[in-house]
Design a protein around this ligand. Structure first.
Ligand SMILES: [Zn+2]
Length: 330
């Protein structure tokens, strides 16, 4: 059911369609007097950019308003409008079931696509060193042999298992938190809380993972160079003077800031990923950030437990298993 993207007030329609094609008028929200959903008119690129920038309104548009029916210029009158909310709250359950079902289908499609992208990013991070070594050994080495493909399939399956366990942990934690809050607040509920369905949780989590995956993808393209020589003070002349020593300190500090030690991939994956997931949950749950943080932590705990279980199967050798764990554990 559509909501106002500014104030989440419930609305019967978001826009009116006139008989002439490509002619529509946005509805005004009676509560906050802004346009109910300006994203109806925006193109996909704007949606994606605003999604990356974590704008609340675009989340509301994608989660609640995506396939809402417009008002037709011919039949519906103004009086019907006032009646509509009451009627619509008791809309047939078959229609609601249908909506819920199509939402789960979208979750599955989106989930598979995003997990595939995630698996590709992880695979390219995990398999970059063995590939370059193999390339040195035999110039005819092709990246598309059985070994690399089965490695990728393993990582993809691992990512799927991890995603499912994270989502299951978050859904269970959401259920517990909502039950506890409902018992405390009684019947007092906002429009958003009333519209809550469990299918919204994985959908919001997948939408919020766009930001993380986008930055991880950028890191995959612009990989920092790993060929730089390690700096150690003993390399230098024994007659090293104080200023030079000082320079070395700065350089080693800078070195610390750049590549391996401060793992940018880890930060993007976990800090940025966790923050945007919490943001996505806040849009659908309408609760204090403390609770969404708690819910995300529960999801991480379940995910960490599961990825420990499967790490031995993912990596043939200890190094790969450890690298897998390092990127999947917060
Ligand atoms: Zn409004």
């Amino acid at each position: 059911m559509p909501v106002c993207t500014t104030c989440t007030h419930w609305l019967p329609h978001l826009y009116t369609v006139y008989q002439s094609a490509y002619n529509l008028r946005l509805e005004q929200c009676p509560n906050c007097h802004s346009f109910a959903d300006p994203y109806v008119e925006h193109d996909e690129l704007t949606l994606v950019i605003d999604l990356l920038l974590l704008k609340r309104a675009v989340y509301r548009h994608l989660l609640y308003n995506r396939d809402s029916e417009p008002r037709r210029e011919d039949g519906t009158t103004a009086e019907d409008d006032n009646e509509q909310p009451k009627k619509a709250r008791g809309i047939p359950t078959t229609l609601q079931d249908e909506r819920e079902l199509s939402r789960w289908r979208l979750v599955l499609r989106l989930g598979l696509t995003l997990t595939f992208v995630d698996a590709f990013i992880r695979w390219s991070h995990l398999s970059v060193q063995p590939a370059s070594i193999q390339l040195e050994e035999s110039p005819n080495f092709s990246p598309w042999n059985i070994g690399t493909i089965s490695g990728f399939v393993k990582i993809f399956l691992g990512c799927c298992i991890e995603t499912v366990s994270f989502h299951a942990g978050v859904i269970i934690a959401c259920y517990v938190v909502l039950r506890a809050l409902h018992l405390r607040l009684g019947g007092l509920q906002s429009d958003i809380r009333r519209e809550f369905r469990f299918s919204l949780i994985p959908l919001a989590l997948f939408y919020s993972s766009f930001t993380k995956l986008f930055f991880l993808f950028l890191l995959t393209i612009w990989r920092p160079s790993r060929t730089s020589q390690p700096l150690s003070p003993s390399d230098g002349d024994t007659l090293v003077l104080l200023p030079l020593n000082f320079d070395l300190d700065i350089l080693s500090a800078l070195n610390f800031m750049t590549d391996d030690n401060l793992d940018r991939e880890w930060i993007v994956r976990n800090v940025m990923g966790g923050m945007s997931a919490g943001f996505g949950l806040r849009v659908i749950l309408d609760i204090n950030p403390f609770f969404t943080t708690l819910i995300i932590l529960c999801g991480w705990m379940v995910k960490t437990f599961v990825s420990r279980l499967i790490s031995g199967w993912i990596g043939d050798n200890v190094a790969t298993a450890e690298a897998w764990l390092a990127s999947s554990i917060p």
